[in-house]
Design a protein around this ligand. Sequence first.
Ligand SMILES: Cc1cc2nc3c(=O)[nH]c(=O)nc-3n(C[C@H](O)[C@H](O)[C@H](O)COP(=O)(O)OP(=O)(O)OC[C@H]3O[C@@H](n4cnc5c(N)ncnc54)[C@H](O)[C@@H]3O)c2cc1C
Length: 481
Amino acid sequence: MIAPIVIVGNGAAAVHACMALRESGYGGQIRLYSDHAEPPYNPMLTSYYVAGRIGRAECFPFGGRELYDTLGVRARPAVTVARVDALARIVETADGPPVAYSQCLIATGASPVIPPVAGLSGPTVFTLRTMDDADRLRAAVEGGARRALVLGASMVGLKAAEMLRERGLGVVLADVAPQVLPLAADAAAARFVQARMVEAGVHLRLGTGLAGVELLTPSEGTAGGGAAPRPGAPTPPLRARFTSGGSVEVDLIVVATGVRPNLEAVDRGQVDCDIGVIVDQHLQASVPGLFAAGDVAQAPSLVSGRPEIVGLWANACLQGRTAGRNMAAAAAGDGRRCRAAGSGPAPGHATAACAAAARSVGVVGPTRSGETETASPLLPEAYPGSLACNITHAFGMTFASVGGPTGRSLVTDCDAAAGVVRHAAGRAACRLKDGGGSAPGEATGTQIPMTSAAATLRVPQLAWAGFCEGLTDNPDLREGA
Ligand SMILES: Cc1cc2nc3c(=O)[nH]c(=O)nc-3n(C[C@H](O)[C@H](O)[C@H](O)COP(=O)(O)OP(=O)(O)OC[C@H]3O[C@@H](n4cnc5c(N)ncnc54)[C@H](O)[C@@H]3O)c2cc1C
């Protein structure tokens, strides 16, 4: 009997791999391991759930547990894969016998990193990624927390700050960087965003690290640091001290200082890894039969050509789908693998964005109908998920980006009077547009005049204007889609 295809993980990449396997005609066994018991959820919706903008059920874009029955996938909830022996093609779990596989996808995602600061732990310190994180934070917010410190001025930090302000908390946001969005915006763009945040009542402490956190006794607590407590607020239980001097007293701390790929199950002695699992443009790892997709995979970037992690929802979907197609092709003994470019509609906004300009990045590989799409003459090195594109909202602004969150974006033009920040340059390009009170699900940006970023991207066909059109017109761009 042929061993099953094993999927390790239960997020967007895992689900899309399962769907692609079935759509591509793979009729064999699929086993999926998840280290939690929930159906697959969308981590990027957790801040909206904590804010009370959406209900818990809306965080599960693929529905409930019936998903895997429908796909004919044998799911093992709450079973952590401890080790993948990629040479023997075996997965090992904490309980139960080892399971042999024919092919395996690592789709384990990433987890928040908590910096090693004295006292930065315990029940009033939170991260934002899992449903468990979100449930705990929502309970704390609804349980009377009045003041919060958000650590990290990344997009996740900004969303956390926005969500806490919406809930009426006093919020201090701190970062060692001298500006918000240090990896994505230049100083001019950051100033624009910072002004909006201050208007919304966020107290910024930039250019300072956290020196330590102390639990306060009930007799302590003097309201320091800018976020004034409401009358009658409970005594803040924490004092956070900054490296630059000064401190704030808060009820809770949200840590948004980045994520690290979940590589615990991967044997670095067998499989090439850097920050994540190194894969080629087919999403295949260095050992035959092993694939990786999503936040755990370090795949060639369309823009830089280097292996990069693209920590975005649509890329996780596209990469999972690409890996699924390739595993199906390998199972069928079909050498035609999914790499690049087709003309058909494909899921996700990376595809949509490129399609607007070049109609080229899509899904290829054998399908159930036997159709095989060919590589694009325009973007031969592209594969679904190879281009980072994102659109999101915070503090009434729409943030759109293309190129890669790990790459620096440079701003060439900032027209605050027109409510527009124009970014265009470098190996990444980014755009911020005043969206005017947008809500999740609304892509409110309109096309803006741009200097051409295309010339600075490695792919000249990726016209910036076309990108913007695709970005704003495409329903796939909607958050949570
Ligand atoms: C607050 C927040 C805001 C975000 N905003 C945006 C945004 O605006 N736009 C955007 O595109 N993206 C955004 N993202 C990122 C996006 O959510 C991720 O890129 C995407 O969900 C990654 O999907 P994945 O399938 O790779 O990983 P995950 O969703 O992390 O799934 C991995 C799964 O594997 C399981 N697992 C891990 N290890 C094991 C193991 N050993 N055994 C079994 N199971 C295991 C995990 O429990 C998890 O279920 C945001 C994320 C957060 C947290």
